[in-house]
Design a protein around this ligand. Sequence first.
Ligand SMILES: [Zn+2]
Length: 220
Amino acid sequence: MLFTKNYSTDLSAGKYYIYISLRRIAMDVSTEPRNLNGGREDVLEQSDYFMATAFLTAQQSRDPCTQVGAVIVNERNIIVGIGHNKMPNGCENFPWSKQKKSLKDKHLYVCHAEMNAISNKNMTDLKNCTIYVTLFPCNECAKIIIQSGIRTIVYMSDKNAYTNKTRASKMMFDAAGVTYSQFEPKNKRIIVFDYDEINRKEEEVTPTDSCTPAKKIRPS
Ligand SMILES: [Zn+2]
């Protein structure tokens, strides 16, 4: 699996657990009785999906200290931008160290997840969009979020709440009418990938699956 950590809202402790069962979704191997008229009830909630996607994209970050992900969703709940903290294009080999007053300090160069998600947007403007972020936005990202037209922030960790950067972010959001709230997961355990399990379980599938007969119906 890609990542399996104990779930917690405290990212600084490295404890969270987002684990999406693609084996069940992709391979459709459940043998439990199903309601074929009403459809599934144990589906992945939309907000859980967006936050899980933010965590998944964060896994791409090369930052040795903090991996952050951001997903922007429009008013129709379609993802219109996604990003993680990374160096600017062409600057991939710049240092990730924290050395204040030095040109080796990563803060001089790194683009935060929110900036990248906004830069990657696939629509003309982000008016009234929502941004899902794994960590509360810093003051620099707050400025960009406000100017972009995003109106709602859903965040997971607020581990830097005591810093002036985060305090400044909240002051700006409050003044600009941008609302923010901490994410409340519907599912605290979401499975992402386990390809070994996918392959193993595929071999275990039996014809007792209640959906199997429906798949065998031939078009008339
Ligand atoms: Zn930032």
